[in-house]
Design a protein around this ligand. Sequence first.
Ligand code: ZN
Length: 176
Amino acid sequence: MSLRTIVTLPDPVLRRKARAVTKFDKDLHTLIDDMVETMRDAPGVGLAAPQIGLAERLIVVEYYEHEMDEESEENEDMPKKVWAIINPEIVKASEEKVMGVEGCLSLPGLVGEVERHTEVLVKGLNRHGKPMKVKAKGWLARIFQHEIDHLNGILFPDLATRVWQPQQEVEQEQEV
Ligand code: ZN
């Protein structure tokens, strides 16, 4: 495994519509493993292939599987799950939306207030080319929407009601 370089604006790959992945071979598995390692190193909670310079429809996400309730403090013992989804698509989205502040590893030093669906159903393929789906709520749903946007050349400031440069370092949870 090796770390890949995260590209930032104005790299044009971030604005391209990524192409579907059609080969589920060893190279793809290496790429997925590298993306997970790169996401953790950043650190971030999601990464899309265009963010490492590849216009391919592939995302990785690492986050808590179940939504935390407002009171419970985030703690290190809570299990996180890794998803690698190829050719992901949002096939269902809640009518309900929620505002949240998010950042992007490809837009360092910037955050924005973005309205996202509170729940989504994501369908795609796993690393072996088998169909898979994920039902996501809350922040996990936000991460999936942000990453899938990357595959269509959409960056969060395109959707944000407000974008600014925070004084303090951005929380890891916001970096996708
Ligand atoms: Zn991003």
